[in-house]
Write a protein that binds this ligand. Sequence first.
Ligand code: DGY
Length: 318
Amino acid sequence: MRQPRLLVARRLFGDLLEPLRAHYRLDVHDSDVPLSPAALTARLQGCWGLLASGTERVDAQLLAACPDLRAVSLVTVGFNNLDLPACQARGLLLSNAPGVLTEATADFGLALLLAAARRVGEGERFVRAGQWQGWAIDQFAGAPVAGTTLGVVGLGRIGAAIARRAHHGFGMRIVYSQRRASPEAVALQAQHLPQTDLLRLADHVVVMVPYGPDTHHLIGAAELALMKPSATLVNLARGGVVDDVALASALQSGRLAAAGLDVFEGEPAVHPHLLACPNAVLTPHIASSTLPTRRAMVQLAVDNLLAWAEGRPGPSPI
Ligand code: DGY
């Protein structure tokens, strides 16, 4: 029997893909440059499965043009690139990669919070530019972090892992907002608040919610206006959850002290107003990027495909 065809839409770790060859004919787009929607559609002709990142968009239009597609396995936890109703209407097998990136991403959340609040980027650029003339009493004075209040918008797996670090490591009080109270909150003595109260109260805010129509610009001009002027906003979730233009304007006007951003609306493009903000620490969507974590993400996506090939349910269905 002919093996089903599987498109691997990104350069991943070749050694981890090898076991798939026992079950699938692989077509590997071995590149870090994503396929355009048209190229993805063309490349998917005759494919049963797609192994992709969070970038390749699978929507009704693509599905209509790819009638053989039956399965999509993502190496990312975020799956806002999938039009879920369209995929489910087609009865696709779907999986993502939750859990394996939680700790690495939470480490990075703390890194961004500390770097932005304590002005690490500004100080580093200052030294490299040869501008440092010596110690000064208030030089690059930042905002305190330890012992302050952290607002976590979205106390899911990663949000809770950030809160644990902040609470146990930095003695921070945790407040959080999301629709329902979180079971994680008890051990963190975390207080469940409406988002507006959280934004007013928190000294620093981390945003960690999935992106979708209900979270588009969840943090916009009105929300930023509620925050303390000394606060830091960290976005590790997805571009689009925060209104980047409103954020840049708050950072430029001094309405908000600092931001740490790993994700951007329309990335890899970054809004020029944000690029012009010295008080924003900007990183290229690398929060989960340690080699063991990125390999574990790929391995989980592969494990789903191997399970499907044997007619078993995968370990991490969507
Ligand atoms: C994810 O897994 O969704 C991350 O954003 C990619 O590192």
